[in-house]
Design a protein around this ligand. Structure first.
Ligand SMILES: *Cc1c(COP(=O)(O)O)cnc(C)c1O
Length: 417
């Protein structure tokens, strides 16, 4: 560890002492979720023959069917659709929304501006891309209040007879705001259903899975979606997404993924099934390692004088650790430092680029086994004031620790500390 300056190592040691209690509390969540997953496997009598791949139409692929049942149970949902055919989180969310929205309906996001890649899914009227707007599905959002809460006055004003789906984003995404806990999501569900009982509450659960004991369907969310190269894939799933919730809505999403009338009854899993099961089994532990890493990162960056969200001792409901830096140079040093600690691709130096779906240049560190897999240690930063860097993931706690130290080291070398 000679590469790190003495003062950086001292900050790390002090931070580790400081976070001991928080890490112990985290272990309780990991244990709870690990057993929840094992129980679901047991009740569905998962056996090794379920792991075999399937080809062609893959009718009656028992491994695929049981995987859906296991997911539904783990998330406390009526049913689930877990597929490698979802190309990304955005594709999964888009499938869920297109599955349930019809021309003339309105989608209302109540947690402020959604994740960047969803802006083009929402689209603009007449954009010709096949976006929601292009199909005559209108969109509204209510900004969060200055203290990061739901603006209920605005929500009440915005809900109308066309409001079909209420969108909630659990995680902060690329926003300097707090993430919403499952308990808070439960309160939102209760409140919007008071305003309009038949509304469908959709939750973008990306980055949230297994960071708490409960998941959004267990507090009343109707439809939930997430990415398998984030939390629930456990770092093992090679691609895919999941949708879970009310059976009728999951079925509509399945019709959108394949074709009306076909839904989830077809879809070759090829060789992916074992990884999806094993990833789910590993997910509670691996998410725990990543969250522990985030707590450490917050503690160390705070010691070095930066503001973090959440602070190390604040409650967490997702993987993302945001750190507010002083300049674009800090951001770049931070991201490049994370990359330097990777096992894969440590020799490449990330640079800002215009990533498809994002509106500002983004710099990303991703020395990952699964391309873009962000349950693995990764860092992203849109290059825009106020220079906030986001880091997430880490298959092992030690790796996160080295990533953070290397980020500080990169800043120190450039005389930014
Ligand atoms: C990652 C993420 C998405 C989109 O997932 P991609 O796999 O990047 O398409 C959507 N919403 C949130 C909150 C996310 O974190």
């Amino acid at each position: 560890m000679a590469v790190f300056a003495e003062d950086i190592l001292q900050a790390a040691e002090a931070a580790e002492l400081e976070i001991e209690g928080a890490v112990k509390a985290l272990d309780k969540i990991v244990d709870h979720n690990q057993w929840k997953v094992i129980e679901a496997f047991q009740r569905q009598k998962v056996s090794d023959f379920h792991f075999a791949g399937s080809t062609g139409y893959a009718y009656n692929d028992r491994g695929r069917e049981v995987l859906d049942l296991v997911y539904a149970e783990v998330f406390g949902a009526e049913s689930a659709l877990v597929r490698p055919h979802f190309a990304s989180g955005t594709h999964t969310i888009s499938t869920a929304l297109f599955g349930v929205l019809r021309p003339g309906d309105e989608l209302l996001y109540i947690t402020g501006r959604p994740y960047d890649t969803l802006h083009k899914v929402v689209g603009k009227p007449g954009d010709g891309t096949g976006s929601l707007a292009d199909f005559g599905i209108t969109y509204k959002e209510t900004a969060l209040t200055s203290d990061g809460k739901i603006d209920w006055d605005e929500v009440e004003l915005s809900i109308n007879e066309r409001t079909k789906v209420i969108g909630i984003q659990r995680s902060r995404g690329y926003d300097w705001r707090s993430s919403f806990t499952v308990a808070e999501i439960g309160e939102m569900v209760a409140r919007v259903k008071e305003l309009k009982p038949e509304v469908i509450v959709f939750v973008d659960n990306c980055y949230g899975e297994f960071t708490e004991k409960l998941e959004p369907p267990q507090v009343g969310a109707d439809l939930v979606a997430g990415s398998l190269i984030k939390n629930p894939g456990g770092g093992i799933a090679e691609t895919g997404g999941y949708i879970c919730g009310r059976s009728d809505l999951v079925e509509l999403a399945a019709y959108r993924l394949t074709a009306p009338g076909i839904g989830g009854e077809v879809g070759a899993m090829l060789g992916t099934t074992r990884g999806l099961y094993q990833g789910l089994f590993m997910a509670p532990h691996t998410v725990g390692q990543a969250v522990k890493g985030s707590i450490f990162a917050a503690a160390v960056f705070q010691r070095c004088g930066f503001t973090t969200k959440p602070a190390w001792d604040e409650p967490r409901t997702d993987l993302i650790q945001a750190v507010s830096f002083d300049s674009a140079e800090h951001l770049i040093a931070f991201v490049q430092g994370i990359q330097r600690a990777a096992a894969v691709d440590s020799h490449v130096v990330p640079e800002p680029w215009d990533m498809p779906g994002y509106e500002h240049p983004v710099i990303m560190a991703a020395g990952t086994f699964i391309q873009g897999g962000s349950l693995e240690l990764s860092a992203d930063a849109p290059i825009r004031a106020p220079y906030i860097g986001y880091m997430q993931g880490g298959l092992t706690y030690s790796h996160v620790k080295f990533g953070v130290l290397m980020a500080l080291e990169s800043m120190r070398e450039r005389k930014l500390l």
